[in-house]
Design a protein around this ligand. Structure first.
Ligand code: NDP
Length: 386
Protein backbone atom coordinates (compact mmCIF):
# COMPACT_ATOMS: atom_id res chain seq x y z
CA UNK A 1 0.00 0.00 0.00
CA UNK A 2 1.42 3.33 -1.04
CA UNK A 3 0.91 5.79 1.78
CA UNK A 4 3.42 8.39 0.66
CA UNK A 5 0.69 10.27 -1.05
CA UNK A 6 0.57 13.38 1.11
CA UNK A 7 4.07 14.51 0.26
CA UNK A 8 3.81 13.08 -3.21
CA UNK A 9 0.79 15.18 -3.98
CA UNK A 10 2.51 18.37 -3.03
CA UNK A 11 3.50 19.31 -6.53
CA UNK A 12 -0.03 18.68 -7.84
CA UNK A 13 -1.61 20.76 -5.11
CA UNK A 14 0.93 23.53 -5.38
CA UNK A 15 0.58 23.53 -9.12
CA UNK A 16 -3.18 23.83 -8.96
CA UNK A 17 -2.84 26.52 -6.31
CA UNK A 18 -0.25 28.45 -8.30
CA UNK A 19 -2.44 28.39 -11.34
CA UNK A 20 -5.30 29.86 -9.37
CA UNK A 21 -5.18 33.56 -10.02
CA UNK A 22 -7.72 34.46 -7.38
CA UNK A 23 -6.92 33.31 -3.92
CA UNK A 24 -10.59 33.63 -2.99
CA UNK A 25 -12.79 30.62 -2.59
CA UNK A 26 -13.77 29.22 -5.81
CA UNK A 27 -17.35 27.59 -8.19
CA UNK A 28 -22.00 26.87 -11.06
CA UNK A 29 -25.33 26.20 -12.19
CA UNK A 30 -26.17 23.92 -14.98
CA UNK A 31 -29.43 22.34 -16.01
CA UNK A 32 -31.42 25.34 -14.89
CA UNK A 33 -30.11 25.37 -11.34
CA UNK A 34 -29.15 28.74 -10.05
CA UNK A 35 -26.45 28.26 -7.51
CA UNK A 36 -24.63 31.53 -7.93
CA UNK A 37 -23.89 33.13 -4.62
CA UNK A 38 -20.91 34.46 -2.83
CA UNK A 39 -19.31 32.16 -0.30
CA UNK A 40 -18.13 35.04 1.87
CA UNK A 41 -21.35 35.28 3.82
CA UNK A 42 -21.06 31.54 4.52
CA UNK A 43 -17.50 31.60 5.69
CA UNK A 44 -16.87 29.07 8.40
CA UNK A 45 -20.56 28.89 9.29
CA UNK A 46 -20.16 25.26 10.27
CA UNK A 47 -17.05 25.82 12.36
CA UNK A 48 -16.66 22.92 14.76
CA UNK A 49 -18.82 21.03 12.32
CA UNK A 50 -20.06 17.87 13.93
CA UNK A 51 -21.14 19.36 17.23
CA UNK A 52 -22.74 22.58 16.02
CA UNK A 53 -26.34 22.98 17.18
CA UNK A 54 -27.53 24.53 13.93
CA UNK A 55 -26.75 21.28 12.13
CA UNK A 56 -30.14 19.87 13.03
CA UNK A 57 -31.65 20.45 9.61
CA UNK A 58 -28.50 19.57 7.74
CA UNK A 59 -27.51 16.20 6.36
CA UNK A 60 -24.42 14.61 7.89
CA UNK A 61 -21.59 13.70 5.54
CA UNK A 62 -18.83 11.18 6.27
CA UNK A 63 -15.65 11.54 4.25
CA UNK A 64 -13.97 8.24 3.31
CA UNK A 65 -10.20 8.57 2.75
CA UNK A 66 -8.57 11.56 4.43
CA UNK A 67 -6.08 12.52 1.74
CA UNK A 68 -5.29 15.80 0.05
CA UNK A 69 -8.66 16.41 -1.54
CA UNK A 70 -10.69 15.49 1.54
CA UNK A 71 -8.44 17.48 3.86
CA UNK A 72 -7.49 20.38 1.60
CA UNK A 73 -10.84 21.06 -0.12
CA UNK A 74 -13.86 19.06 1.05
CA UNK A 75 -13.58 19.44 4.82
CA UNK A 76 -12.97 23.23 4.61
CA UNK A 77 -15.87 23.50 2.11
CA UNK A 78 -18.11 21.69 4.61
CA UNK A 79 -17.60 24.65 6.94
CA UNK A 80 -19.40 26.79 4.37
CA UNK A 81 -22.35 24.60 3.46
CA UNK A 82 -25.99 25.32 4.31
CA UNK A 83 -27.58 21.89 3.82
CA UNK A 84 -24.89 19.47 4.98
CA UNK A 85 -21.98 19.33 7.41
CA UNK A 86 -18.99 17.16 8.24
CA UNK A 87 -20.39 14.55 10.63
CA UNK A 88 -17.93 11.69 10.37
CA UNK A 89 -14.70 10.30 8.94
CA UNK A 90 -13.47 6.94 7.65
CA UNK A 91 -9.72 6.44 7.62
CA UNK A 92 -7.11 3.69 7.54
CA UNK A 93 -4.55 5.92 9.23
CA UNK A 94 -5.15 6.17 13.01
CA UNK A 95 -2.60 8.99 13.33
CA UNK A 96 -4.89 11.30 11.33
CA UNK A 97 -7.78 10.91 13.77
CA UNK A 98 -6.69 13.34 16.49
CA UNK A 99 -6.01 16.13 14.00
CA UNK A 100 -9.41 15.73 12.35
CA UNK A 101 -11.21 15.33 15.67
CA UNK A 102 -9.62 18.48 16.98
CA UNK A 103 -10.18 20.54 13.88
CA UNK A 104 -13.75 19.49 13.12
CA UNK A 105 -15.06 18.38 16.50
CA UNK A 106 -16.00 14.91 15.32
CA UNK A 107 -17.27 12.60 18.08
CA UNK A 108 -15.63 9.18 18.49
CA UNK A 109 -18.87 7.42 17.59
CA UNK A 110 -18.65 8.92 14.07
CA UNK A 111 -15.10 7.73 13.35
CA UNK A 112 -14.60 4.55 11.32
CA UNK A 113 -11.86 2.55 9.64
CA UNK A 114 -12.09 0.44 6.51
CA UNK A 115 -12.75 -2.73 8.52
CA UNK A 116 -15.66 -1.48 10.64
CA UNK A 117 -17.03 0.86 7.95
CA UNK A 118 -20.14 -1.27 7.32
CA UNK A 119 -21.39 -0.60 10.85
CA UNK A 120 -21.99 3.00 9.71
CA UNK A 121 -25.44 1.62 8.82
CA UNK A 122 -26.40 1.95 12.49
CA UNK A 123 -25.34 5.61 12.70
CA UNK A 124 -28.21 8.05 12.14
CA UNK A 125 -25.78 11.03 12.15
CA UNK A 126 -24.49 9.96 8.73
CA UNK A 127 -26.83 10.55 5.80
CA UNK A 128 -24.27 10.77 2.99
CA UNK A 129 -20.98 8.93 2.46
CA UNK A 130 -18.44 10.76 0.29
CA UNK A 131 -15.86 8.38 -1.24
CA UNK A 132 -12.53 10.17 -1.74
CA UNK A 133 -10.26 7.14 -2.16
CA UNK A 134 -7.90 6.15 -5.00
CA UNK A 135 -9.91 5.46 -8.16
CA UNK A 136 -9.88 1.65 -8.10
CA UNK A 137 -11.37 1.65 -4.58
CA UNK A 138 -14.43 3.74 -5.48
CA UNK A 139 -16.62 0.81 -6.55
CA UNK A 140 -16.16 -1.20 -3.36
CA UNK A 141 -16.84 1.70 -1.01
CA UNK A 142 -19.79 3.10 -2.96
CA UNK A 143 -21.41 -0.33 -2.92
CA UNK A 144 -20.69 -0.83 0.80
CA UNK A 145 -22.07 2.64 1.55
CA UNK A 146 -25.27 1.92 -0.41
CA UNK A 147 -25.66 -1.41 1.37
CA UNK A 148 -25.30 0.48 4.65
CA UNK A 149 -28.31 2.56 3.58
CA UNK A 150 -26.45 5.81 2.86
CA UNK A 151 -26.67 8.24 -0.06
CA UNK A 152 -23.34 8.48 -1.83
CA UNK A 153 -21.07 11.01 -3.49
CA UNK A 154 -18.20 9.36 -5.38
CA UNK A 155 -15.12 11.17 -6.61
CA UNK A 156 -14.10 11.19 -10.26
CA UNK A 157 -13.40 9.06 -12.20
CA UNK A 158 -16.39 7.07 -10.96
CA UNK A 159 -14.61 3.72 -11.46
CA UNK A 160 -12.13 1.97 -13.70
CA UNK A 161 -14.68 0.05 -15.81
CA UNK A 162 -18.26 0.64 -16.98
CA UNK A 163 -19.14 -2.73 -15.42
CA UNK A 164 -18.11 -1.42 -12.01
CA UNK A 165 -20.21 1.70 -12.66
CA UNK A 166 -23.19 -0.55 -13.38
CA UNK A 167 -22.68 -2.39 -10.09
CA UNK A 168 -22.45 0.92 -8.20
CA UNK A 169 -25.58 2.33 -9.83
CA UNK A 170 -27.47 -0.93 -9.20
CA UNK A 171 -26.41 -1.04 -5.53
CA UNK A 172 -27.68 2.50 -4.93
CA UNK A 173 -30.95 1.80 -6.79
CA UNK A 174 -31.48 -1.39 -4.84
CA UNK A 175 -30.94 0.45 -1.56
CA UNK A 176 -33.21 3.31 -2.69
CA UNK A 177 -30.31 5.76 -2.23
CA UNK A 178 -28.99 8.55 -4.46
CA UNK A 179 -25.58 8.53 -6.14
CA UNK A 180 -23.70 11.52 -7.48
CA UNK A 181 -20.19 12.12 -8.83
CA UNK A 182 -17.85 14.82 -7.52
CA UNK A 183 -18.08 16.93 -10.69
CA UNK A 184 -17.52 20.25 -8.92
CA UNK A 185 -17.33 22.32 -12.14
CA UNK A 186 -21.07 21.90 -12.70
CA UNK A 187 -21.34 24.32 -9.78
CA UNK A 188 -18.71 26.83 -10.99
CA UNK A 189 -20.06 29.93 -12.76
CA UNK A 190 -17.49 30.20 -15.58
CA UNK A 191 -17.96 26.59 -16.60
CA UNK A 192 -21.73 26.96 -16.32
CA UNK A 193 -21.45 29.94 -18.62
CA UNK A 194 -19.56 27.82 -21.17
CA UNK A 195 -22.44 25.34 -21.00
CA UNK A 196 -24.99 28.14 -21.46
CA UNK A 197 -23.18 29.76 -24.38
CA UNK A 198 -22.74 26.41 -26.12
CA UNK A 199 -26.10 24.75 -25.55
CA UNK A 200 -28.14 27.95 -26.10
CA UNK A 201 -26.11 28.57 -29.27
CA UNK A 202 -25.50 32.17 -28.24
CA UNK A 203 -22.74 32.42 -30.86
CA UNK A 204 -24.31 29.91 -33.23
CA UNK A 205 -23.48 26.23 -33.47
CA UNK A 206 -20.26 25.04 -31.85
CA UNK A 207 -18.06 23.61 -34.61
CA UNK A 208 -14.88 22.73 -32.81
CA UNK A 209 -13.50 22.59 -29.27
CA UNK A 210 -10.08 22.40 -27.64
CA UNK A 211 -9.30 21.53 -24.04
CA UNK A 212 -6.20 20.65 -22.09
CA UNK A 213 -5.49 19.88 -18.47
CA UNK A 214 -2.12 18.85 -17.11
CA UNK A 215 0.46 19.40 -14.42
CA UNK A 216 3.97 18.12 -13.67
CA UNK A 217 3.48 15.17 -11.32
CA UNK A 218 5.78 14.69 -8.33
CA UNK A 219 6.62 11.57 -6.31
CA UNK A 220 7.02 8.56 -8.61
CA UNK A 221 5.66 6.20 -5.91
CA UNK A 222 2.20 7.80 -5.63
CA UNK A 223 -0.95 5.86 -6.52
CA UNK A 224 -1.72 8.15 -9.49
CA UNK A 225 1.18 6.48 -11.33
CA UNK A 226 0.06 2.96 -10.39
CA UNK A 227 -2.31 1.61 -13.02
CA UNK A 228 -3.98 -0.81 -10.61
CA UNK A 229 -5.04 1.99 -8.29
CA UNK A 230 -5.51 4.80 -10.81
CA UNK A 231 -6.83 2.93 -13.86
CA UNK A 232 -4.53 4.94 -16.10
CA UNK A 233 -2.57 8.18 -16.17
CA UNK A 234 -3.49 11.84 -16.69
CA UNK A 235 -6.53 10.96 -18.81
CA UNK A 236 -8.19 9.38 -15.75
CA UNK A 237 -7.08 12.13 -13.39
CA UNK A 238 -7.37 15.39 -15.34
CA UNK A 239 -8.28 14.55 -18.95
CA UNK A 240 -11.74 13.68 -17.60
CA UNK A 241 -12.30 17.44 -17.05
CA UNK A 242 -11.72 18.06 -20.78
CA UNK A 243 -14.22 15.31 -21.66
CA UNK A 244 -16.71 16.87 -19.25
CA UNK A 245 -16.10 20.33 -20.74
CA UNK A 246 -16.81 19.06 -24.26
CA UNK A 247 -20.02 17.35 -23.15
CA UNK A 248 -21.48 20.21 -21.10
CA UNK A 249 -20.54 22.88 -23.63
CA UNK A 250 -22.03 21.01 -26.59
CA UNK A 251 -24.81 19.40 -24.55
CA UNK A 252 -24.01 16.19 -26.45
CA UNK A 253 -22.29 12.84 -25.97
CA UNK A 254 -19.45 11.81 -28.30
CA UNK A 255 -19.83 9.07 -30.92
CA UNK A 256 -16.24 8.22 -31.91
CA UNK A 257 -12.60 8.89 -31.02
CA UNK A 258 -9.03 8.67 -32.27
CA UNK A 259 -6.10 9.12 -29.86
CA UNK A 260 -2.34 9.16 -29.65
CA UNK A 261 -0.02 8.65 -26.70
CA UNK A 262 2.65 11.33 -26.17
CA UNK A 263 6.36 10.56 -25.79
CA UNK A 264 7.66 9.19 -22.47
CA UNK A 265 10.60 11.32 -21.38
CA UNK A 266 10.77 9.47 -18.02
CA UNK A 267 10.25 5.80 -18.79
CA UNK A 268 10.71 4.70 -15.18
CA UNK A 269 8.18 7.10 -13.68
CA UNK A 270 5.66 6.42 -16.44
CA UNK A 271 6.25 2.68 -16.79
CA UNK A 272 2.67 1.90 -15.80
CA UNK A 273 0.64 4.77 -17.27
CA UNK A 274 0.83 7.28 -20.10
CA UNK A 275 2.80 10.48 -19.50
CA UNK A 276 0.52 12.43 -21.82
CA UNK A 277 -1.94 11.85 -24.59
CA UNK A 278 -4.01 13.72 -27.15
CA UNK A 279 -7.35 12.68 -28.53
CA UNK A 280 -9.99 13.84 -30.95
CA UNK A 281 -13.63 13.19 -30.05
CA UNK A 282 -16.31 13.34 -32.70
CA UNK A 283 -19.73 14.57 -31.59
CA UNK A 284 -23.01 14.47 -33.51
CA UNK A 285 -23.21 17.26 -36.09
CA UNK A 286 -19.53 16.75 -36.96
CA UNK A 287 -18.30 18.75 -33.95
CA UNK A 288 -14.64 17.83 -33.40
CA UNK A 289 -13.12 18.19 -29.91
CA UNK A 290 -9.37 18.02 -29.34
CA UNK A 291 -8.21 17.08 -25.85
CA UNK A 292 -4.84 16.85 -24.20
CA UNK A 293 -3.96 15.49 -20.75
CA UNK A 294 -0.47 15.55 -19.33
CA UNK A 295 1.53 14.64 -16.22
CA UNK A 296 4.49 16.71 -17.36
CA UNK A 297 3.09 19.94 -18.77
CA UNK A 298 0.93 22.69 -17.26
CA UNK A 299 -2.31 22.94 -19.26
CA UNK A 300 -5.65 24.44 -18.24
CA UNK A 301 -8.00 25.63 -21.00
CA UNK A 302 -11.43 25.02 -22.51
CA UNK A 303 -12.19 26.67 -25.84
CA UNK A 304 -15.19 26.55 -28.18
CA UNK A 305 -15.15 27.77 -31.76
CA UNK A 306 -18.70 28.64 -32.81
CA UNK A 307 -20.17 30.08 -36.00
CA UNK A 308 -20.05 33.65 -34.66
CA UNK A 309 -16.81 33.55 -32.69
CA UNK A 310 -14.72 31.92 -30.00
CA UNK A 311 -15.65 31.65 -26.32
CA UNK A 312 -13.19 30.17 -23.90
CA UNK A 313 -11.82 29.71 -20.44
CA UNK A 314 -8.10 30.33 -20.35
CA UNK A 315 -8.02 29.10 -16.76
CA UNK A 316 -10.76 26.51 -16.72
CA UNK A 317 -10.54 23.65 -14.27
CA UNK A 318 -8.95 24.69 -10.98
CA UNK A 319 -10.60 25.18 -7.60
CA UNK A 320 -10.60 28.94 -8.21
CA UNK A 321 -9.18 31.58 -10.53
CA UNK A 322 -11.31 30.87 -13.61
CA UNK A 323 -10.89 33.37 -16.46
CA UNK A 324 -13.03 33.56 -19.56
CA UNK A 325 -13.50 35.47 -22.81
CA UNK A 326 -16.36 35.75 -25.29
CA UNK A 327 -16.80 37.69 -28.53
CA UNK A 328 -18.68 40.23 -26.32
CA UNK A 329 -15.74 40.67 -23.91
CA UNK A 330 -14.29 39.05 -20.80
CA UNK A 331 -16.54 37.02 -18.50
CA UNK A 332 -17.06 38.57 -15.08
CA UNK A 333 -18.84 36.10 -12.85
CA UNK A 334 -19.12 35.42 -9.12
CA UNK A 335 -16.46 33.51 -7.25
CA UNK A 336 -17.95 30.70 -5.23
CA UNK A 337 -16.75 27.65 -3.35
CA UNK A 338 -17.29 24.90 -5.91
CA UNK A 339 -17.19 22.04 -3.46
CA UNK A 340 -19.59 23.72 -1.01
CA UNK A 341 -22.05 24.34 -3.85
CA UNK A 342 -21.65 20.78 -5.12
CA UNK A 343 -22.29 19.18 -1.73
CA UNK A 344 -25.15 21.55 -0.88
CA UNK A 345 -26.79 20.75 -4.21
CA UNK A 346 -26.60 17.03 -3.50
CA UNK A 347 -27.97 17.51 0.01
CA UNK A 348 -30.87 19.54 -1.43
CA UNK A 349 -31.47 16.84 -4.05
CA UNK A 350 -31.68 14.23 -1.29
CA UNK A 351 -33.92 16.39 0.91
CA UNK A 352 -36.25 17.36 -1.94
CA UNK A 353 -36.13 13.97 -3.63
CA UNK A 354 -35.09 15.48 -6.95
CA UNK A 355 -32.41 14.17 -9.34
CA UNK A 356 -28.82 15.34 -9.05
CA UNK A 357 -27.39 17.03 -12.17
CA UNK A 358 -24.26 14.86 -11.81
CA UNK A 359 -25.57 11.30 -11.38
CA UNK A 360 -23.81 7.94 -11.54
CA UNK A 361 -25.02 7.55 -15.13
CA UNK A 362 -22.92 10.60 -16.11
CA UNK A 363 -19.94 9.09 -14.33
CA UNK A 364 -20.44 5.86 -16.27
CA UNK A 365 -20.68 7.75 -19.58
CA UNK A 366 -17.30 9.32 -18.90
CA UNK A 367 -15.71 6.01 -17.87
CA UNK A 368 -16.90 4.58 -21.20
CA UNK A 369 -15.40 7.52 -23.08
CA UNK A 370 -12.10 7.10 -21.21
CA UNK A 371 -12.03 3.41 -22.13
CA UNK A 372 -12.69 4.25 -25.78
CA UNK A 373 -9.88 6.83 -25.77
CA UNK A 374 -7.45 4.26 -24.34
CA UNK A 375 -8.59 1.70 -26.89
CA UNK A 376 -8.05 4.20 -29.72
CA UNK A 377 -4.63 5.09 -28.27
CA UNK A 378 -3.58 1.45 -28.05
CA UNK A 379 -4.89 0.33 -31.44
CA UNK A 380 -4.23 3.51 -33.43
CA UNK A 381 -7.74 3.07 -34.82
CA UNK A 382 -10.93 5.07 -34.67
CA UNK A 383 -13.17 3.67 -31.93
CA UNK A 384 -16.91 4.15 -31.89
CA UNK A 385 -18.58 5.03 -28.59
CA UNK A 386 -21.97 3.48 -27.98
P1 NDP B 1 -4.68 11.17 -1.77
O1 NDP B 1 -3.65 10.18 -2.12
O2 NDP B 1 -4.24 12.48 -1.28
O3 NDP B 1 -5.68 10.56 -0.69
C1 NDP B 1 -6.28 9.31 -0.82
C2 NDP B 1 -6.58 8.76 0.56
O4 NDP B 1 -7.18 7.50 0.40
C3 NDP B 1 -5.36 8.52 1.43
O5 NDP B 1 -4.92 9.63 2.14
C4 NDP B 1 -5.84 7.42 2.34
O6 NDP B 1 -6.61 8.02 3.39
C5 NDP B 1 -6.83 6.65 1.49
N1 NDP B 1 -6.28 5.39 0.98
C6 NDP B 1 -6.79 4.18 1.27
N2 NDP B 1 -6.10 3.22 0.64
C7 NDP B 1 -5.11 3.83 -0.05
C8 NDP B 1 -4.07 3.37 -0.88
N3 NDP B 1 -3.91 2.06 -1.16
N4 NDP B 1 -3.22 4.27 -1.41
C9 NDP B 1 -3.38 5.58 -1.17
N5 NDP B 1 -4.36 6.08 -0.41
C10 NDP B 1 -5.22 5.21 0.16
O7 NDP B 1 -5.59 11.31 -3.06
P2 NDP B 1 -6.55 12.54 -3.44
O8 NDP B 1 -7.22 13.02 -2.22
O9 NDP B 1 -5.82 13.51 -4.25
O10 NDP B 1 -7.60 11.79 -4.41
C11 NDP B 1 -8.60 10.95 -3.91
C12 NDP B 1 -9.73 10.86 -4.94
O11 NDP B 1 -10.27 12.16 -5.15
C13 NDP B 1 -9.31 10.37 -6.32
O12 NDP B 1 -10.32 9.57 -6.88
C14 NDP B 1 -9.14 11.64 -7.14
O13 NDP B 1 -9.35 11.46 -8.53
C15 NDP B 1 -10.21 12.52 -6.53
N6 NDP B 1 -9.88 13.94 -6.61
C16 NDP B 1 -10.83 14.78 -7.09
C17 NDP B 1 -10.57 16.11 -7.19
C18 NDP B 1 -11.61 17.04 -7.71
O14 NDP B 1 -11.29 18.20 -7.96
N7 NDP B 1 -12.85 16.60 -7.84
C19 NDP B 1 -9.26 16.67 -6.83
C20 NDP B 1 -8.35 15.70 -6.28
C21 NDP B 1 -8.67 14.38 -6.19
P3 NDP B 1 -6.56 7.46 4.89
O15 NDP B 1 -5.13 7.58 5.30
O16 NDP B 1 -7.47 8.35 5.60
O17 NDP B 1 -7.03 6.04 4.84
Amino acid sequence: MNRKSISSQYSRRKFIHDLSVNAGMAALAVNGLNLFSSCDDNKEKNKGSAMAKDNQNKLGIALVGLGNYAGGQLAPALEQTNDCYLAGIVTGTPSKIDTWKGKYNIPDKNIYNYQNFDSIKDNPDIDIVYVVLPNSMHAEYVIRAAKAGKHVICEKPMAITPEDCDRMIAACKEAGKMLSIGYRLHFEPYNVEMARLGTKKVYGNVKKMNAGFGFPIGDPTQWRLNKKLAGGGPLEDVGIYCIQGFCYTTGLDPIAVIAQEGPKTDKEKFRDVEQSLTWELEFPGNIICHGKASYSEGLNYLQAEAEKGVFELTSAFNYSGQKGNTPAGPMDLPKVNQQAKQMDDFAQAVKNKRPTPVPGEMGKRDVKIIQAIYQAMETGKKVEIR
